[in-house]
Design a binder for this molecule. Structure first.
Ligand code: CDP
Length: 226
């Protein structure tokens, strides 16, 4: 008998769509593991910057990706014992992540690391290519999005909450650029797969989005326990 792998829920979508928050809450509700794949691209960008490696140098960046000495410890992300949890969340790190993510060799170097998160009882993974490349056999694939204006507003509020002064227009501009880069790259471009369900959260609360994903998952697995 072929042993089946732990189930995966793949949640993909553009920047600031809220997919990370939704994915984490779905994972909590099901008692599943959680993979924030964007954090790996952010880490590659951060290490590259700290080591003076150009964001265009695909070969050296793939080396960084293959050798990331990262430890996920509870809510903390550590690189060689240094806490980079906040450091990788800056807008600058997001831009660096999006730049390193265009390189196919970097993406390949991160594949095994991402797949290692697939453990019992299951995994919720969020990113751009969870359903298309990393976990093509995911039990449920969701494409979670919102209008770019709504996403810019969410990011604005998020930054304000952290005490960071921001203005809406540059955030909107930045998101448009990030969307364009993520959608137009040839390696694993961001798009809704034909087997992914669309979840437009523009006018939806986080709780409702979480509930929708859980309802889809229950229907998919015929599991009424959760
Ligand atoms: O959603 P947000 O852009 O704020 O951040 P993220 O999910 O941490 O992703 C940062 C960048 O990494 C994105 O702009 C993507 O270019 C890239 N990424 C990717 O290419 N593939 C993934 N599976 C996850 C992130």
């Amino acid at each position: 008998m072929v042993e089946s792998l732990p189930p995966v829920i793949a949640i993909d979508g553009p920047s600031a769509s809220g997919k990370g928050t939704v994915a984490q809450k779905v994972a909590e509700a099901l008692g599943f593991h959680y993979l924030d794949s964007g954090s790996l691209y952010r880490l590659v960008g951060l290490v590259a910057r700290n080591s003076g490696i150009s964001l265009d140098d695909e070969v050296r960046l793939a080396g960084v990706a293959g050798n990331l000495a990262v430890a996920f410890s509870g809510d903390k992300i550590l690189i060689e014992k240094q806490d980079v949890t906040e450091g990788i969340r800056t807008e600058e790190s997001g831009r660096a992540a999006s730049a390193v993510a265009v390189h196919p060799q970097v993406r390949t170097a991160l594949l095994d690391r991402q797949r290692a998160f697939r453990q019992l009882p299951g995994l919720v993974a969020d990113g751009r290519d969870m359903g298309s490349v990393v976990f093509p056999d995911a039990r449920l694939k969701v494409f979670l999005t919102a209008t770019v204006e709504e996403r810019a507003m969410r990011r604005y509020k998020q930054l304000k909450q952290k005490g960071i002064v921001a203005t809406l227009d540059p955030l909107l501009q930045d998101l448009r650029e990030r969307d364009a880069r993520d959608e137009s790259r040839s390696a694993a471009p961001l798009r809704q797969g034909s087997d992914a369900r669309l979840l437009d959260t523009t006018a939806m609360s986080i709780a409702d989005a979480v509930e929708r994903v859980l309802t889809w998952y229950r229907a998919e697995t015929g599991d009424a326990r959760h």
